[in-house]
Design a protein around this ligand. Structure first.
Ligand SMILES: Cc1cc2nc3c(=O)[nH]c(=O)nc-3n(C[C@H](O)[C@H](O)[C@H](O)COP(=O)(O)O)c2cc1C
Length: 303
């Protein structure tokens, strides 16, 4: 196994654990499009376009969302290890693949909520089974909305009156997406039909449907949305809920516009989540944490 360097005041084993937890983030078709450069005083998060679904994600929107989710895990894992993370998104002087730099803002004892969220990282799954017919309590709903707010995002819980229109939009998005990116999706999933089957039973009437939105949709907002998505997902997991992101409007701008109008016009939708109760889904495989490392420049170059 590859040797991890120390960083901040963490020993190599702790750094390995932090990177392993970051790599458990969700990503479209489990593409895991992130790498990390670990230097003594900074950990860089890089977007890894190798094998990325460029035909489907024309603007790198989902690439940045996935990297944002990995960044959320990285922040939580560092906090859990006693390091207060200080994040710079899309640092101007860094290389073109760097989406974030994380430095230490000093020591801190992890808060109870951070510990609960870190513990949820390994249990979180994309739910691929039917949902149980149990309603999500008002208290849990409030916790999910607060999790989004903690990341400066907004979680809109779909009301029964909005559900029909949303279902039609998602159905249209799925058809458009399969048409546009069918060849590349087929390479990842076996066949276009497989990609579609990922979202079977998506409109079971029981799970909660929620749209994660931000005020804007710049590349930085997409990284923030990825962090917020992951915080909501981990909060759900910590409360015994399961969640999935149905094939959605992400890659289809005009459908995102329709969804924005459906939600009142001022919030940019970034992700759709189904949340409820259900038997745990199996874990998706991950790259070995050592494979996620980019070799460090000499430490004297960047500290
Ligand atoms: C930005 C983003 C988009 C996603 N889009 C889809 C999707 O369209 N359909 C789907 O079934 N899962 C989607 N997922 C979930 C991934 O398929 C899932 O994270 C991956 O297979 C790894 O599995 P895990 O989440 O259980 O660890 C998405 C995840 C992210 C972060």
């Amino acid at each position: 196994m590859r040797r991890f360097p120390p960083a901040f005041d963490l020993v190599p084993d702790q750094v390995a654990q932090v990177i392993q937890l970051a790599g458990l983030a969700p990503s479209p078709h489990n593409s895991q499009p992130w790498r990390f450069r670990v230097l003594p005083h900074v950990i860089e998060v890089h977007a890894d376009r190798f094998g990325w679904l460029a035909d489907v994600d024309l603007t790198d929107r989902e690439l940045r969302m996935a990297c944002g989710a990995a960044l959320m895990n990285l922040r939580l894992a560092l906090a859990h290890a006693g390091v207060q993370p200080v994040v710079t998104l899309l640092p101007r002087l860094a290389g073109p693949t760097v989406v974030a730099e994380v430095r230490s803002g000093g020591h801190q004892r992890p808060e109870a909520e951070q510990i609960a969220l870190v513990e949820a990282i390994s249990d979180r799954r994309t739910h691929r089974r039917p949902f149980h017919p149990t309603a999500v309590s008002v208290e849990c709903r409030r916790g999910l909305v607060q999790a989004a707010r903690a990341e400066n995002a907004w979680l809109h819980l779909i009301q029964p009156s909005e559900r029909g229109a949303l279902e039609r939009l998602v159905h249209r998005a799925r058809l458009t997406r399969l048409g546009d990116g069918g060849n590349e999706l087929a390479a990842w999933t076996g066949s276009p039909a497989d990609a579609e089957s990922e979202a079977t039973a998506e409109f079971d009437p029981n799970p909660l449907l929620a749209v994660l939105g931000m005020l804007r949709s710049s590349p930085e907002d997409e990284l923030r949305a990825g962090q917020a998505l992951q915080r909501v997902w981990l909060t759900a997991t910590a409360r015994g809920l399961v969640a999935a992101t149905p094939p959605e409007m992400a890659a289809v701008p005009d459908i995102r516009d329709d969804l924005r109008r459906l939600l009142g016009g001022s919030i940019q939708p970034h992700a759709l989540l189904r949340i409820g109760y259900g038997a745990p889904s199996p874990a998706a495989p991950r790259r070995d944490p050592g494979e996620l490392l980019i070799d460090a420049f000499p430490a004297s170059n960047r500290t």
